[in-house]
Design a protein around this ligand. Structure first.
Ligand SMILES: Nc1ncnc2c1ncn2[C@@H]1O[C@H](COP(=O)(O)OP(=O)(O)OP(=O)(O)O)[C@@H](O)[C@H]1O
Ligand SMILES: [Mg+2]
Length: 647
């Protein structure tokens, strides 16, 4: 019975799919095509424009100063993001903006329309995935009009004779580029007696698998490289019937033939021999490619995209003979993601695509992402790596009670090409898999992922310096950082209504600090009594982040000013609004339960009350923070072995 239901359900979907696909495609003569063109000249747009529009039409968002992430991370530089890429690519906004800028200029027929776009990046940075996504944009775009039966699906307007094109442009406002391919020219003469208005035109969708409008050139070794891959060949079996210069012998099925009107992609482009790439130059420079055999050049209109990694690129660049090609390349770097929160989204995406069904404890992916980002950062003498990582992630870094003022743009400037080295996303995914398969309970925790990463670094990283640096991050930096995170988490689980308590401390502190600054009194929230600012209370918070002595006054002035300006801008303030105060409050709450945490998590023989408190804490970890029983047990054990050791 359920079987029938499933298939019914599916067949309905099939029907729906068929219906949507059935949208009538145009089929008619050139005259009829011209009638359509009259109202919508965009149907004859060139490849770069089509691609640019098919992506940007899905929506463009301008990140401007008002966006906090933009302000912090992009230094207020105005950046456009494209909806089409948003839910697929993370932390890649700059590269995507550059790619789109290229397409935009090219679509305005600037010099870029005669250039190859090269994506350069380290392994696993998402170059191939990005290519796939770009190609897919064409499949979803409106079908192209082309001369029926044309092997390169050429633009119907090629049929308009040169002598009429000037007039045509005046009337339609469309400039015609390119001439008929040899196959259509032959057909026009033989079958239509040169009456080009009667030539049949049809509409076809772009298809990656159908090799319509998308041509892909895989890397090939020197022996199998054959230019027919690019420009097609002559069909030897037909050479008996027709003469060598008869278009009927042509098999125009090379990448530049099938990619006409759309995209030609060169995978790992510089693995190919240079000779092989000459066609690429001709295609960009002349907007045409050679015809197999002796025929004339064939017009080509398409976006040429290539990708490779840096080692290949450097090798290629160093060879003096390659200048002609270098001059025709627009390079866009596709570095690894350097924002921890975005890097986590990549893992989430990849895990979502896999069959992975184990339990992932909270902060596991965060620790992995922190490691990946740390490995990718260039050293700076302005900040330590962990601080730099946090700044890149848009976090405030607190130092001696104030937000560390470091211009993130300065850090970027001193580390050009950052993100082109380090640990790849694949490396991390493998470690997650390894941690899972080593686990008897089908779970990965921050502790087990760190172990798996250490093992994998020891196994696979051969460059001595990198290895040492990576092990340093895993052994010390992330160990300590995780303990910080964990201590806060356990505190939160211990303190019932943590947020409310934090908020109450915050309000209270602000009341007193403000009164102190303005030399007034505080109205007690309970008794309504006017009291003097409570020095002891304020100090108990301030000392949490090392503010003592005279710096206390400055801190109170700073914080009152900060809150006042926020309120004036109509923004909501809460205990998390000001980084240093937030940290002080968290530390205060943590220290207030440190004693009980220690007793409760450590003691082997808890008394009844303690046991109750402990159970409550575990329940909070599981119900509210996303642990399961095993992972909660594992992190608590880790905490009791590593935290509160001095007390
Ligand atoms: N910034 C990112 N956002 C989203 N996904 C990403 C990102 N970086 C990498 N990925 C994902 O990681 C996986 C590996 O990327 P991909 O194979 O595209 O890398 P590549 O740059 O082509 O590497 P290679 O040089 O090894 O061919 C892909 O599934 C891709 O979706
Ligand atoms: Mg790739």
């Amino acid at each position: 019975m359920p079987k029938v239901k499933k298939s019914d359900k599916f067949l309905k979907l099939v029907q729906k799919h068929k219906d949507t696909k059935k949208v009538e495609k145009f089929s008619g003569s050139l005259s009829e095509y011209l009638a359509i063109l009259e109202n919508s000249t965009e149907i004859s747009r060139l490849a770069h424009k089509r691609l640019f529009e098919s992506i940007s039409n899905r929506g463009v968002t301008r990140l401007s100063n008002s966006d906090p992430r933009c302000n912090k991370l992009f230094g207020g530089e105005e950046l456009r993001t494209y909806d089409y890429f948003q839910s697929h690519f993370f932390g890649m906004e700059r590269s995507l903006a550059k790619i789109m800028r290229f397409l935009r200029s090219a679509s305005l027929k600037g010099e870029e329309s005669r250039q190859v776009l090269l994506l350069l990046g380290p392994v696993g940075a998402g170059k191939s995935a990005l290519m796939e996504r770009i190609k897919l944009a064409l499949e979803d775009t409106e079908p192209m009009y082309h001369i029926e039966g044309c092997p390169v699906h050429e633009e119907p307007l090629h049929l308009i004779p040169r002598s009429l094109r000037e007039e045509f442009q005046k009337i339609y406002g469309v400039r015609i580029e390119g001439d008929l391919c040899p196959v259509c020219r032959f057909k026009l003469k033989e079958e239509y007696d040169n009456d080009y208005t009667m030539m049949p035109i049809k509409q076809s969708s772009f298809s990656v698998r159908g090799r319509r409008g998308v041509g892909v050139v895989p890397p090939m070794d020197a022996n199998s490289q054959d230019v027919t891959m690019l420009i097609g060949s002559e069909d030897i079996s037909k050479l008996d019937m027709y003469s060598e210069d008869d278009p009927r012998v042509l098999s125009l099925n090379g990448a530049f033939n099938v990619g006409n009107r759309g995209i030609v992609e060169f995978v790992e482009v510089f693995k190919n021999e240079i000779e092989f790439l000459h066609t690429m130059i001709t295609a960009t420079q002349e907007k045409s490619v050679p015809s197999p055999g002796k025929g004339p050049m064939i017009y080509f209109d398409g976006v040429i995209l290539a990708h490779c990694n840096e080692a290949e690129w450097n090798k290629f660049k160093s060879e003096g003979t390659n200048e002609a090609i270098l001059d025709r390349i627009v390079r866009v770097n596709v570095p690894y993601c350097l924002e921890v929160s975005e890097e986590i989204k990549i893992y989430d995406k990849l895990l979502g695509l896999s069959d992975f069904d184990g339990h992932i404890a909270p902060h596991t992916l965060e620790i992995a992402a922190m490691f990946a980002v740390l490995s990718r950062l260039h050293l700076s003498n302005k900040v330590d790596p962990l601080t730099k990582m946090k700044l890149y992630n848009g976090e405030d870094v607190i130092e001696r009670g104030s937000v560390k003022k470091i211009d993130i743009n300065d850090l970027r400037d001193e580390a050009r090409d950052e993100g082109m080295t380090g640990i790849s996303t694949r490396f991390i995914m493998k470690a997650i898999d390894a941690a899972l398969s080593d686990s008897e309970k089908d779970l990965v925790t921050p502790i087990s992922i760190r172990d798996a990463l250490i093992k994998q670094v020891k196994d696979q990283i051969v460059v001595e310096d990198d290895r040492e640096r990576y092990l340093g991050f895993l052994g010390k930096v992330l160990h300590d950082e995780y303990l910080n995170i964990l201590e806060k988490e356990i505190t939160k689980a211990f303190v019932s209504a943590y947020d409310e308590q934090a908020e109450a401390l915050f309000n209270n502190y602000l009341d007193h600090a403000e009164a102190f600054v303005n030399m007034t009194t505080v109205k007690d929230r309970v008794t309504n009594e006017e009291i003097n600012p409570d020095e002891g209370f304020m100090a108990s918070i301030e000392e949490q982040i090392g503010i003592v002595g005279t710096s206390k006054e400055n801190f109170r002035v700073d914080i009152s000013a900060f809150m006042f300006s926020k309120l004036r801008r109509g923004e909501v303030v809460d205990w998390k609004s000001y980084g240093p105060l937030r940290e002080a409050i968290e530390n205060k709450l943590t220290s207030s339960v440190r004693q009980i945490s220690r007793i409760v998590t450590k003691s082997k023989s808890r008394d009844k009350k303690q046991q109750g408190k402990y159970n409550e804490m575990v329940a909070t970890l599981i119900e509210e923070y996303g642990y399961n029983e095993e992972s909660a047990a594992e992190v608590i054990k880790f905490a009791s072995n590593n935290l509160w050791r001095d007390s």
